[in-house]
Ligand binder design. Structure first.
Ligand SMILES: [Zn+2]
Length: 286
């Protein structure tokens, strides 16, 4: 069996992992599996996410997923992330698995498993400016009562954990700022492909667990699609209805936090320094 390359996307929610995964999935040898930790049998073992999920593009079209179905679920009973990657790679003839589960814990489980010896593991740290992160959180009904300092702490703690865990395990990694990806130049995209070990471009359908169904549907929302979202209580925890009704995701929007709210973010101990390490100039963008 040929060597499998596993690329773990780590970071906070709303850090742009789905668009990065969708981009890489357009390469022949590469499969973006979405939030794999949420897939049926795997979810039962790890419970990192509150809810399990399915391949949304198939669910939205009422199809049985050719990849993430009951047959695969049976094979993934009690397996670790890297063993799951090997099984999925074999079943789909892929050489590179992009895992968008995002939890650093998921990566930790992977690096502690024996499969680390025969799978190449890399990490992409997906990040967005902490002001934009807080804004994205506040835009979701379920988060808008969370105090800003807690959201800012979550951003800081997540990226400290990413860097610490990746460094401790000597993993090659790439920091991918959502703002750069959205406005990306060809050099950035080339670097991402080189890093992920992806080769020939070949557009193929995306089958990925969870993530943002709006992104999966090509960022255009048909009335049928919106109706399916409305009808499907299963997805209600994933998305904000008002966000979908806008019809289009604004890929790079300016932060709408007030000056006082931005100051609250900036006052988070350690956050400004960490943002600088990740390539942001927060004082400039405040
Ligand atoms: Zn599918």
């Amino acid at each position: 069996m040929k060597k499998i390359h596993s690329v773990f996307i780590v970071g906070t929610p709303y850090s742009g992992s789905t668009v990065v995964g969708e981009y890489l999935n357009n390469y022949k040898n590469t499969l973006f599996v979405g939030e794999l930790a949420r897939f049926e049998t795997l979810h039962k073992n790890n419970l990192l996410y509150e809810q399990p999920s399915v391949c949304l593009s198939c669910a939205l079209n009422n199809n049985e997923c050719p990849i993430f179905n009951h047959k695969l679920s049976g094979k993934l009973n009690n397996v670790q992330p890297l063993a799951a990657h090997k099984i999925i790679a074999k079943a789909t003839n892929s050489a590179v698995i992009i895992d968008g589960s995002k939890f650093v814990d998921w990566l930790r489980i992977a690096t502690a498993s024996k499969e680390i010896n025969d799978v190449t593991v890399r990490a992409i740290i997906c990040v967005k400016n902490p002001f934009s992160f807080v804004e994205s959180c506040l835009a979701r009904e379920e988060n808008n009562s969370v105090p800003i300092y807690q959201l800012a702490n979550l951003w800081r703690d997540t990226y400290f954990d990413c860097l610490r865990t990746i460094s401790k395990n000597n993993l090659p990694f790439l920091v991918l700022r959502n703002e750069d990806f959205s406005n990306g130049n060809s050099t950035l995209y080339k670097n991402i492909l080189t890093f992920a070990n992806s080769d020939i471009k070949r557009k193929k359908q995306l089958h990925a667990i969870g993530s943002n169904p709006g992104v999966l549907e090509g960022r255009k929302y048909s009335p049928e699609f919106l109706q399916k979202i409305e009808n499907s209580k299963q997805f209600s925890y994933l998305i904000h209805r008002e966000f979908l009704k806008k019809g289009k995701i604004k890929r790079f929007k300016k932060s709408k936090l007030s000056v006082a709210q931005k100051l609250e973010v900036l006052q988070t101990p350690g956050l400004v320094d960490l943002a600088t390490v990740l390539g942001y100039d927060l004082l400039q963008s405040a």
